[in-house]
Ligand binder design. Structure first.
Ligand code: DGL
Length: 259
């Protein structure tokens, strides 16, 4: 396996760009190929069978056409539904997933009340249930499925983004640093960091928004190094693939990553 080979980074659409941003910062020498499955987005409300089938198809294409040396599943919904299947199918391939950052949120929270925004698929998954159960008693998690929000971000529909952020923040409850208030908000879908500028004012200045890009990028570095696959120096580049509109992906990469 060539160290020059790219790392595949995959999401249902543009959300995984929030993970790619952190990966490029952590691993500047590496080559990446970003795959936005926008022609099949959103995943979050579609059920496991669909997400598993798409995850397999995308992984196969990245391996066949790009000879990737590692895969980052930059999608909470696909990680929850399919990462164990990918690992079983490709035992030699380093695979990194993302999951809602509940543990980091516990460390940050003072009130012990933590909001979690994610897709319906992620929150309904066995993987999330196991994570949630393992942390019982350590904090009070308020779970909010956010139907339509990833899709609105995907389509850059500002009116819908504003309306859905307001609706879901209202149903999460009261935010602030007093007892009984949510002081930490987990963004459990990789699309949501791109709505932070709407969520933060609604939550107020004392509330921390937690995303997963940096820990995922550090984990990717650890796995590459352990497998002897890290590219030590040089300048990396990023290639692009999408099953949807290439111009929309380019616009999102320009808007959010200055690429
Ligand atoms: N960005 C994805 C996630 O992290 C999925 C969004 C969707 O397609 O519904 O869950």
């Amino acid at each position: 396996m060539s160290l020059q080979a790219p790392i595949g980074v995959f999401d249902s659409g543009v959300g995984g760009l929030s993970i790619l941003r952190a990966l490029r910062a952590e691993l500047p020498a590496e080559n990446f190929v970003y795959f936005a499955d926008s022609g099949h987005a959103p995943y979050g409300e579609r059920g496991d069978a669909y997400v598993i089938a798409r995850t397999h198809a995308v992984a196969r294409q990245l391996l066949d056409e790009h000879r990737i040396k590692a895969l980052v599943v930059a999608c909470n919904t696909a990680t929850a539904a399919a990462i164990h299947l990918l690992r079983a199918e490709y035992p030699g391939l380093p695979v990194v997933g993302v999951e809602p950052a509940l543990k980091p949120a516990i460390a940050l929270s003072r009130t012990g009340r933590i909001g979690v925004m994610a897709t319906r698929g992620t929150l309904a998954s066995a993987k999330f249930a196991a994570l949630h159960d393992s942390l019982k008693g350590q904090a009070d998690f308020v779970l909010q499925p956010c139907d339509g929000l990833a899709d609105a971000i995907q389509n850059d529909d500002a009116t819908k983004i504003v309306a859905l952020c307001a609706q879901y923040m209202r149903s999460l409850g009261t935010f602030g640093s007093e007892n009984g208030q949510i002081d930490t908000l987990v963004l459990g879908c990789t699309h949501y960091p791109f709505a932070s500028h709407h969520l933060q004012p609604l939550a107020g200045p004392l509330v921390r928004l937690v995303e997963t890009g940096e820990p995922v990028a550090r984990q990717a570095r650890r796995l590459l190094e352990a497998a002897g696959l890290a590219k030590p120096q040089g300048e990396g580049g990023t290639g692009w693939e999408t099953t949807g509109d290439a111009a929309a992906l380019a616009a999102a990469a320009g808007r959010w990553l200055q690429l």
